[in-house]
Write a protein that binds this ligand. Sequence first.
Ligand code: FAD
Length: 117
Amino acid sequence: KLGNETAKAELGRATWKYFHTVMARFPETPTEDQKEALRSYIYLFARLYPCGECAEHFMQHLSKYPPQVSSRNAASGWACFIHNEVNAMLDKPEFDCANLGDFYDCGCGEDEKGPAA
Ligand code: FAD
């Protein structure tokens, strides 16, 4: 059966938006427990990604470039890098990770606490 490229791309856009927003809200100085939570999340995210072919590719990227979870900056920079690996594989332009800044805004406000993690 033929895949549906439009649905696959939509799922991808929604997922990347969420994925990068998670990184943007990860603590600047995480505890060991928070680091471990992010690392397991990323591996389970890859394993359970609904497009099987995408999941397979992404797990290969992960084994080459393991998640960086030491800080918010490390995690966001790593996520940007790995998305660029997927962009390259799909012949899409590279995103300049210096422009990450406030690009991924959760809409939850400055003084609100971060995730419960
Ligand atoms: P997307 O790549 O979806 O990006 C959305 C927006 O994010 C861009 O418009 C830009 O504003 C921003 N952005 C772009 N690059 C970065 C970056 N490096 N860092 C931060 N922000 C950025 N599709 C396949 O056909 N085959 C696959 O194997 C495949 N694997 C995937 C694996 C995963 C884990 C995910 C989440 C998606 C995968 N996709 C795959 C979907 C694919 O990556 C795109 O989401 C889809 O093709 C739509 O692309 P797009 O050009 O709209 O931009």
